[in-house]
Design a protein around this ligand. Sequence first.
Ligand code: ZN
Length: 307
Amino acid sequence: MTTALLQHPIFDRHEVADGHPECPQRLSSITDALHTQDLYDHLLHVEARAATQEELERVHAAPYLEMLETRAPDEGFERLDPDTWLSPNTVPAARHAAGAAVLATELVLEGRVSTAFCCVRPPGHHAGQASAMGFCYYNNVAVAAAHALASGAVERIAILDFDVHHGNGTEEIFLSDDRVLLCSSYQHPFYPYTGAPSQPGHIANVPLPAGTKGPDFRAAIEAQWLPEIDRFAPQLIFISAGFDAHAGDPLAQLLLTVDDYTWITERILALAGRHAQGRIVSSLEGGYALDALAASACAHVRTLASL
Ligand SMILES: [Zn+2]
């Protein structure tokens, strides 16, 4: 079945300071590569919508949402933390990034597509219930996962996060919700210096030392993620798809290759086929070396779409 690609022009208008790694060119590099690799025309193109207040409030505190709206500047920047700033279009872009994941979830649950990739910015997995950090404002995947659970269509979901940074916001949001299996692989010790102990059936955290290469990454995933996912049997799988564990990434020191992203996507696709009717919603998180990001994201999308 078809794979959806969710995009929106507002994502390019979330401005960052000169030299900031989470720049608009990240998305155009992926789109250009999807064209070059003859993938673009094989995808179902869907324009993202904004997440509603009700959808955001399922995971974020109302005063936090109000703070973002209130502090958004009319021009220039407003700093929330040293590397997470608001520009005039940040809040609408973030609403559409979360809304993309919600809409992708609806498309998948309605059976219109089996898999979807949300090519969005800002990313989301560091955003907590009431905190923006690490380039993230709304937790896109968490908002979509909460939407899926609220729909009543599924009772068990898995969130798989292979970004090089621990998905601390997602963990905070679902820490005491055993309808959600959280699997995160990440460089450790490293920003954001979090990661609860693994709990069978609920949290599978895989910390990896700097310098970890593909074979050791794959062995850790085989041993610590895959059996947990098989036991949990999620009815829907979300991916926090960060590509900053690639060897070429300037922000981190893991040494994955494009082939490793193909491999892990194949593994996830097989699990989704066994347990979740093939249903996967993937949303872009990090990845800051433009060439490596584009190649890795293309490999991920090619595999999701079985092209
Ligand atoms: Zn990251």
